[in-house]
Ligand binder design. Structure first.
Ligand code: PSV
Ligand code: MN
Length: 414
């Protein structure tokens, strides 16, 4: 079987199907992805980085305008709400989102930053810290309702640094109880909402992490209740981990809730999607499309970006990631599922792999260009952004505004 180029082989019917599936492919942007971030060794500031909530939403709105694929923005409760205990601040944020042509998406409580969480949040040995984490999350649920969001995303930094530091059993039970209460509050107050539980193998905890992998996350979801689902942050896996297998397994269990997209060379969420291993991202989308093919129905999956990209210009990094996600998603829709099933049945390993590789290697730029033209967008949003000079303009404006506010954080690089 010769490998064929899509330009010649994609029929009108396939291209219509891919275009239709792109219509339904939305990716949420993280408000924090537009602000300056750093590493524990320091921060490198960018003149054009957003430093206010208005600026974050402005930038998210711009990425949505350029890509046509990002209608919502994930928010971090302590970083984005003027008063996290007051639902009125949620209503104010809703207005800011609307003014920028987007809406508020998933709500991320912050139970990792405060000194009270030094030994953990819901798992802390200190009941006061556990209570403070729960109170904050219950407030976050009220905010979620006030902004009209439907998703609460929980990520905990909880864990220990040394063997013997704490009882893993006690911590597990306290976390189960807290998640049950959170789920109960969502049930009562926030109809139709989903609780996403994220996992991470290490950092900031370096001996054990209370939700270290997808299996633990799924177990906590089951303890919490039906609306709890697993969130897969692509960066949060140890090297060599087969993420698409996890995705397929969770889908089959009805436990996959969503993604935080990014890439990594080692382990964490610092690089832009597909910058290291685009084939791995394609294989994730392939499993999702395969699940749809086998079950005849699409699963509800929240696609979100969560990447630190501390050196790339924020807006460019974000547009790059969204375009990369669309490209790899489109390629996965090209897999000839019936031919793949035949090859699998015959034990034709090479033939089956060629079907996948053929789709991955296919040139979908024409298809994506057609889709974008149909939406009235530029065929290459990244080039459009770079040609517009908007990053430089924002850099000048924001650097001047910071100076006027007396903030000294200019970088020698824009
Ligand atoms: C933690 O590393 C994480 O992936 C969680 O999703 C947080 O909400 C986010 O990053 C904060 O930067
Ligand atoms: Mn994440």
């Amino acid at each position: 079987m010769a490998r064929k180029s899509t330009k010649k082989t994609v029929s009108d019917a396939v291209s219509r199907r891919v275009m239709k599936s792109l219509d339904g492919f939305a990716i949420e942007l993280p408000s924090w992805g537009f602000a300056d971030t750093g590493t524990r060794f320091g921060k490198f500031f960018q003149d054009a980085a957003a430093s206010t909530v208005d600026e974050k939403f402005h930038d998210a709105g711009l990425v949505n305008q350029l890509t046509g694929a990002c209608p919502s923005v994930a928010v971090h409760v302590l970083w984005d709400f003027s008063d996290p205990t007051d639902p009125a601040s949620g209503r104010a944020l809703k207005k800011i989102a609307k003014a920028n042509g987007v809406r508020v998406g998933s709500i991320n409580p912050n139970v990792f930053q405060d000194g009270a969480y030094k030994l953990g949040s819901f798992c802390s040995p200190d009941p006061k810290s556990r209570k403070s984490a729960l109170d904050h999350t219950l407030d976050s649920i009220k905010l979620g309702k006030a902004v009209g969001s439907k998703v609460l995303t929980m990520w905990l930094a909880d864990g220990t640094n040394y063997p013997g530091q704490d009882s893993i059993y006690r911590r597990k039970h306290d976390l189960q109880n807290a998640l049950k209460k959170i789920h109960g509050a969502m049930d009562k107050q926030w109809g139709g909402s989903t609780l996403l539980i994220e996992y991470k193998p290490f950092e900031p905890a370096f001996y054990h992490t209370d939700i270290a992998d997808w299996g633990m996350s799924a177990a906590y979801c089951r303890h919490a209740g039906k609306r709890a689902k697993v969130l897969v942050d692509t960066g949060h896996h140890l090297p060599g981990c087969n993420i698409e297998h996890i995705v397929a397994f969770l889908l089959d269990e009805g436990m996959l809730g969503g993604f935080h997209f990014n890439d990594k060379k080692y382990a964490d969420d610092d690089l832009t999607l597909g910058s290291i291993d685009p084939y791995a991202v394609f294989r994730i989308f392939d499993q999702i499309a395969q699940h749809e093919f086998e079950t005849g129905k699409a699963s509800k999956i929240e696609y979100m970006v969560d990447q630190s990209h501390n050196l790339k210009p924020k807006l460019e990094a974000m547009v790059q990631t969204v375009c990369e996600a669309q490209k790899l998603y489109a390629k996965a829709q090209l897999v000839d599922r019936k031919a793949l099933a035949r090859a699998q049945k015959q034990g034709d390993i090479v033939g089956a792999e060629m079907i996948l590789r053929g789709a991955f290697d296919a040139d979908v730029s024409g298809l994506l260009g057609d889709w974008r033209r149909k939406q009235g967008l530029s065929v290459d949003p990244l080039v459009a952004l770079r040609d517009s000079g908007v990053v430089q303009e924002l850099g000048k404006k924001r650097a001047a505004a910071r100076k006027a506010r007396g903030e000294v954080q200019s970088s020698s690089y824009a």
